[in-house]
Design a protein. Structure first.
Length: 208
């Protein structure tokens, strides 16, 4: 499902429907999330991609629209078909063996957006994606692109910048829980850090 919705209560301004230049501004590792297919529920690793649009909100800031994908480049995967439509060509065997998704950040695209109503609420959907037409450009990002990797050292810092809904989704994943458990085990009394630095548990309180 290709949707963007309000993450907070109140009126949510939707981007206008139609074709619009965009640039990928966010790549988030959501960890494994429940997916249901043909009545069967399983855990699958998910990512979220967000694009910043050339269209502006009433306050002058760029619209954004997001989509979740299963983390797979299998020949039948939705993400593979979507990325190939975006780049305008198929992946090579070499690319399929190890494609760095961080290449998507700051990459331009042409999005075709429509508005649909479900259960009394309006949502913006991505109908399709394609390369920008020759000679056309997408505006630069209003802020640096964001990449969140659950396994990265800076993951806790980036998590704090995300919405409550996204943070809750990520922290509920088994990968994040495993990370927290490992970090807690490393900080147990008698660990190398505790023995080597008796003030280790005070580090967060030191101002300089």
């Amino acid at each position: 499902m290709l949707t963007v919705s309000a993450e907070q209560s109140g009126t949510f301004e939707l981007p206008p429907a139609g074709a619009v230049a965009a640039r990928c501004c966010r790549l988030l590792d959501l960890g494994s999330q429940e997916s249901t297919f043909e009545g069967k529920t399983s855990l699958k690793r998910k990512i979220l991609l967000t694009w910043e649009l050339a269209e502006l909100r009433a306050d002058g800031t760029p619209f954004q629209i997001s989509r979740r994908f299963g983390l797979s480049l299998h020949e039948n995967s939705t993400m593979r078909a979507f990325l190939q439509a975006w780049r305008g060509r198929a992946f090579t065997p070499e690319e399929l063996s190890a494609f760095d998704l961080r290449k998507l950040l700051n990459a331009p695209a042409m999005l075709n957006i429509t508005t649909v109503n479900r259960a009394g609420k309006d949502y913006a959907n991505i109908l399709s994606i394609s390369p920008l037409p020759r000679g056309m450009t997408a505006p630069d990002l209003a802020a640096p692109a964001v990449c969140f990797d659950i396994d990265a050292d800076n993951a806790p810092d980036i998590l704090e910048t995300l919405s409550d809904n996204l943070a809750a989704t990520i922290t509920a994943s088994p990968e994040w829980k495993a990370r927290i458990k490992a970090a807690s085990r490393d900080r147990e009394p008698g660990s190398d850090d505790e023995r080597g630095n008796p003030f280790a548990d005070m580090a967060d309180d030191i101002a300089f």
